[in-house]
Design a protein around this ligand. Structure first.
Ligand SMILES: O=C1CCCN[C@@H]1CCCn1cnc2ccccc2c1=O
Length: 508
């Protein structure tokens, strides 16, 4: 098996698909824009699901399942919230030999499938808060070039949809969920993200506001929306939409009714693509231990034709015994005792699959009652005494997890340029950076920035024009930037009063 044929910094797109294929994460599928998630990637989704599910159940969110089909009438309930999205909607128009009376949409998201029934189920304020989540797949028939995990026509996600009596209660939940998304990325995937709110232009049209965790792919210098948590206000519960209301318990007349305050939030298998791009290297996938279905692979070494059968058996038994001990300590360990493959061949395979830690055991290791540990993230080799190994290995895996995050965080931070003068914007973008600017938050200014930063990077360079910069997020943490107080500064793009530090960048 050849190594990853292309280099990450030379041909990023080619490297990415090669890593996914060589690690057996993905298989191309006969319908374009769709991919098979093989066990090596699906197991990552399962770990994310398990973690997130346990957290939302602590918040009294319940899982349910709504049909994937949405009638045209239901989907188009209120044109303006899905206008702009409708070109992506896939429709069923025929079954067998007969055309359907009415075309039926395949869900691109489930608001319009769910909310008519929220209206039916929510009668009294005692039915609130209603908190339902779905683990499902959605279809968005995109025409932009597909990218596995990042942009596919069908993808797995969870979509949470909640209804509350008061706005403050809904506002609180939006941020609680957003922090769970931050933790999925930072604590499970070792991927740094920046939480913030989207601009008016970038938010979901149906939302009062959209909060986001923004990721960054250093190799391309592009931002990526990693997950999203919207507060919908009463936009979907108002009479002309789904008319979801309860008697107002605070209205003395007893006649008042209040329309519910809603949130919707989603995290998808895009998580996996961002993790692969962040940590992968030219030997292939690099898995953060927390999401590795195999965290440690034990490989027998130093066995040659001259090795006696007894010694060969002793080494094999030692490997199996070590795996048993590690499993008892909660480590997902596997011994690779396959005959007919050299240790080197096995090293290469497990490196391509991104297994975080390899333990080599040969006759001399046995003699010294140790094993040689090899980290996948740094390649560092160090002997690990067998004595106490059930403590040392979990600790080493924690170290690997933390150092993978720290490196990615440092790199992300190094690619955020604080810019207060327009002429510094495009050069920063061309240096694979995103910019933090004291921004006026005017929508017209945002259009202007996208336009002005979209011309070809260097006029004299015939390179294809680079995409314009979009606003990525207005970070909640406004203090991380220099003490320039935006309110006393002018927007570098239009010169009007700046309001808050805002991240702009090219994006996925
Ligand atoms: O983000 C989320 C999180 C999960 C639940 N849904 C919200 C908002 C989805 C916005 N959206 C996104 N693409 C669409 C595509 C076709 C039709 C409708 C839509 C649409 O409403």
């Amino acid at each position: 098996q050849v190594a990853i044929g292309v280099k990450k910094e030379v041909d990023f797109a080619g490297w990415y698909t090669s890593v996914l294929l060589k690690a057996d994460m993905l298989e191309y599928y006969s319908v374009s824009g769709c991919y098979i998630l093989r066990p090596w990637s699906f197991s990552i989704w399962e770990i994310i699901q398990e973690w997130f599910n346990s957290k939302i159940k602590e918040m009294d969110v319940e899982n349910a399942y709504f049909p994937m089909f949405i009638s045209q009438k239901a989907l188009e309930r209120e044109k303006d919230h899905i206008e702009g999205f409708s070109p992506e909607v896939a429709w069923v128009t025929r079954a067998g030999q007969s055309d359907l009376e009415e075309p039926i949409a395949i869900r691109p998201t489930s608001e319009t499938a769910m909310y008519p029934y929220y209206a039916k189920w929510i009668k009294s304020h005692r039915d609130l808060p209603l908190k339902i989540n779905q683990w499902n797949s959605v279809v968005r028939w995109e025409f932009k070039s597909p990218q596995p995990f990042l942009r596919t026509r069908e993808y797995l996600w969870q979509e949470g949809h909640t209804a509350h009596l008061t706005k403050p209660e809904a506002d609180r939940e939006v941020l609680e969920i957003l922090d769970l998304y931050r933790r999925v990325y930072e604590e499970l995937l070792a991927v740094p993200v920046i939480p913030g709110v989207k601009s008016e232009k970038e938010k979901f049209a149906g939302a009062l506001y959209t909060t986001t965790v923004e990721g960054f792919i250093p190799t391309s210098g592009r931002g990526i929306q990693a997950a999203t948590s919207h507060h919908l206000g009463q936009n979907f519960s108002k009479p002309e939409m789904f008319n979801i209301f309860v008697e107002d318990p605070n209205d003395p007349s007893g006649q008042g009714k209040t329309f519910v305050w809603q949130n919707s939030w989603g995290l998808s298998t895009r998580t996996i693509g961002v993790m692969v791009m962040t940590h992968g290297d030219n030997q292939g996938l690099v898995l953060p231990p927390r999401v590795a279905s195999i965290q440690v692979v034990v490989v027998p070494c130093g066995i040659t034709a001259k090795t006696s059968d007894a010694q060969r058996a002793e080494i094999g038994d030692k490997c199996s015994e070590l795996v048993k001990l590690l499993k008892r300590a909660g480590v997902r360990a596997r011994a690779d005792l396959r005959e007919g493959y050299t240790p080197g061949w096995k090293f290469n395979e497990w490196e391509q699959k991104g297994v975080p830690l390899r333990l080599e055991i040969g006759p001399q290791d046995l003699a010294k009652a140790q094993t040689l540990g090899v980290r996948r993230d740094t390649g560092a080799k160090a002997p690990v005494p067998l004595e106490g190994i059930d403590k040392a290995v979990p600790a080493l895996l924690e170290t690997i997890q933390n150092e993978m995050f720290a490196r990615a965080k440092a790199l992300y931070d190094s690619r955020i340029r604080e810019v207060t003068k327009w002429e510094d914007v495009v050069p920063a973008l061309d240096n694979k950076c995103v910019v933090a600017i004291p921004w006026c938050e005017a929508e017209a200014c945002e259009d202007d920035i996208k336009e002005r930063s979209g011309r070809s990077a260097e006029p004299q360079d015939e390179r294809a024009p680079s995409a314009g910069a979009k606003s990525l997020a207005i970070p909640f943490d406004q203090d991380r930037w220099s003490k320039i107080v935006p309110r006393q500064t002018k927007c570098p793009a239009c010169g009007s009063d700046a309001k808050r530090w805002t991240l702009f960048g090219r994006s996925y």
